[in-house]
Structure formats: structure tokens, C-alpha cells
Write a protein that binds this ligand. Structure first.
Ligand code: 3PG
Length: 320
């Protein structure tokens, strides 16, 4: 069996595959050449992150392909149903990176609530000459503790975000299409744990009216979840973080509501135009920005690689 890990794979994942007698090619093949590379090299398994697209055309053109693996959570870069219809195994790693994404959400929340993104930008320029003025301008800062965290989506990432909010002493509310009851287990370093039961709501207006900090943790949607009417219903001074996908939030409307003061600060890790976000986003000082790095930790990538390897080895046994 031959694997092409086109967007990379961790050393641990590569080793697990090699130990099972599976060849791993870690070439980074440009999208336009993926089909010919797969066919020329008799690749059985194509592993991707979000960069490489696995669309119908590729699936049709690569009849030898047996498995498509997504190292990560979001599968919007793969035509999953079509691939399954054509008899391919399609796998992902739905929980391996959820803690990393959730920690990034809070990294942005802390940054926004304390102006860290802005002071990091300004200190080298004005720290020497305008220290006191900067200190004054950053005094409308807040603690997260005691505030209401609104989580949109209750999958593995939404649950991790909710748990972190609870650990910080936040009230946590969750918005889903249909109400769902979930028991969240907070695990501590010494092996102790605490269970919290949360029932999500599908009452968006009530949710938006209450949340001080909003985190979007849904798969990609065809329509905006957060657009002008939703911004209008939010609390004045709300903070928003989108680590889900570009297109779940209207970026132009976001800028309008930042300018009106309704939104105190927002963070984007994902963009409607990726990998070339709008300049008006990149230049806005109220935005804390990162280049789609939610799952980009050594820890997450290590777990992702190992989980993918385990799944591939299992499938290899069944298709022998
Ligand atoms: O869906 C995911 O797992 C995250 O968005 C991470 O995507 P990436 O693997 O392209 O960094």
C-alpha cells in the first residue's frame, strides 16, 4: 500500500504507517498535478489537510485510489458523499485537534479582551514615546471570568470551548439547530474529573442577546450564520471569534459593526477568501488575526498522524 501525504504527516504517523509495511510519500504535489502523481506512482491512499482539494474530478480520474484521509476535522475540501458512492473509504480525525482549536479560541479572546494583538503591534512603534497614552487607551479591558460565553456548534470543538469557558468561571450557553443535551467531563491533571450537563438552545435571538463572547465552531455552511440581522441582535460590546470556516460569518458586516462600536473586537482564523483574505480585514486594528492555525500544534498534528495511521492500517486489513 502506498500513501501520499500531500499536506504533510507527523513523524509519529509516518512511523506507524512504515512499521505496518506501508510506503509513505511526503511529496507536496501542486493541486494541478495531484491526479497524474497519484496515477503515475500507483498511490492507494491520499492524505490531505485543508490545502489539497479532493473533488469529483480527482476521484473519477484516479480509479486506483482506495482511501482519502483528512488530517483534521473539516471535510469541506473533499467531496465526501461522491467518494463514498465511488467505493472509497473517507476518514478524518474528528477529535484529535479539538483542544488545539479551543485553546486558539481563548488565545484570541484573551488577546481581544486585553488588546494584546494591538499592543503587540503598537509597542515597537509607540512604546517609548506614548507609553502612558497607550496604557490609557487599553484600559477598557475585561476579564472573561463571570461573563457569558456563547458557543455556536456543539461538536468536538464546541464542547472543548465550552469546557474551557466553564473552567474559567464563565456561564456557558450553546446554540445548535436542535436542542441537544451533553455531559461535558472536565479532566484535571491529577486524574480527577467533574461532569457538567449542558442543554443547547435553538433560540438564536435569546442566545445573541445574552452572550458577551461568541465562538463559532460549526462546519462550513452555505449561508452566513452571522450576518447583519444577527449582529443587530447581539449585546453592545460583544467579542466574536471565528475559527470555523470562512463564510459562516459575513466579514463585511463584521467590519460595519466593529466601526459602529457594537462589536468590541473580533478574531478571525479563517476567511471567506483563503488564502488571500481581504486587505480591509488585515488592516483593521480591532481584529486579532491568525492564518488558519486552529489545528496547527505539534500536539494535534502528532495525534492526527497516529489516528490516521491506525485507521489506514485497519482498513488495509479489511481490504486484503
Ligand atoms: O478542520 C480542521 O481540522 C481545521 O480547520 C484545521 O485545518 P488544517 O489542517 O488545514 O490546518
Amino acid at each position: 500500500m502506498k500513501v501520499l501525504a500531500n499536506d504533510g504527516i507527523s513523524k509519529a504517523g509516518e512511523k506507524a504507517l512504515k512499521d505496518a509495511g506501508i510506503e509513505v510519500l511526503d511529496n507536496r504535489v501542486a493541486q494541478d498535478h495531484v491526479i497524474s502523481f497519484i496515477n503515475d506512482n500507483k498511490v492507494d491512499v491520499l492524505l490531505v489537510r485543508s490545502a489539497t482539494k479532493v473533488r469529483q474530478e480527482l476521484i473519477d480520474a484516479c480509479p486506483g485510489l482506495k482511501i482519502v484521509g483528512r488530517g483534521g476535522i473539516g471535510m469541506d475540501n473533499i467531496d465526501v458523499e461522491y467518494a463514498i458512492e465511488k467505493g472509497l473509504y473517507v476518514i478524518n480525525t474528528p477529535t484529535a485537534s479539538s483542544k488545539s482549536v479551543a485553546e486558539l479560541v481563548f488565545g484570541h479572546f484573551f488577546s481581544l479582551a486585553r488588546f494584546l494583538h494591538e499592543s503587540n503591534r503598537l509597542m515597537p512603534l509607540e512604546g517609548e514615546t506614548h507609553f502612558d497614552a497607550m496604557k490609557k487607551s487599553f484600559s477598557k479591558a475585561y476579564e472573561l471570568s463571570g461573563k457569558t460565553l456563547g458557543v455556536i456548534g456543539f461538536g468536538s470543538i464546541g464542547q472543548e470551548v465550552a469546557k474551557m469557558g466553564i473552567s474559567l468561571g464563565m456561564k456557558v450557553i450553546v446554540l445548535t439547530r436542535k436542542p441537544q443535551k451533553k455531559v461535558l467531563t472536565l479532566e484535571f491533571f491529577d486524574g480527577q474529573s467533574l461532569n457538567f450537563e449542558i442543554t443547547s438552545t435553538n433560540d438564536m435571538d435569546a442566545f445573541l442577546k445574552e452572550a458577551d463572547f461568541i465562538s463559532i465552531n460549526t462546519p462550513k455552511t452555505n449561508e452566513y450564520i452571522i450576518d447583519t440581522p444577527q449582529f443587530e441582535k447581539m449585546k453592545d460590546g460583544v467579542y466574536i471569534v471565528n475559527t470555523a470556516r470562512g463564510g459562516v460569518l459575513n466579514e463585511v458586516a463584521l467590519i460595519d459593526f466593529i466601526e459602529s462600536g457594537k462589536v468590541a473586537g473580533a478574531a478571525l482564523d479563517v476567511f471567506e477568501k483563503e488564502p488571500n483574505p481581504e486587505v480591509l480585514l488585515l488592516m483593521n486594528p480591532a481584529l486579532s488575526l491568525s492564518p488558519h492555525v486552529g489545528g496547527n500544534t505539534v500536539d494535534a498534528q502528532e495525534k492526527i498522524g497516529v489516528e490516521l495511521a491506525e485507521q489506514i492500517i485497519k482498513i488495509k486489513e479489511t481490504i486484503k
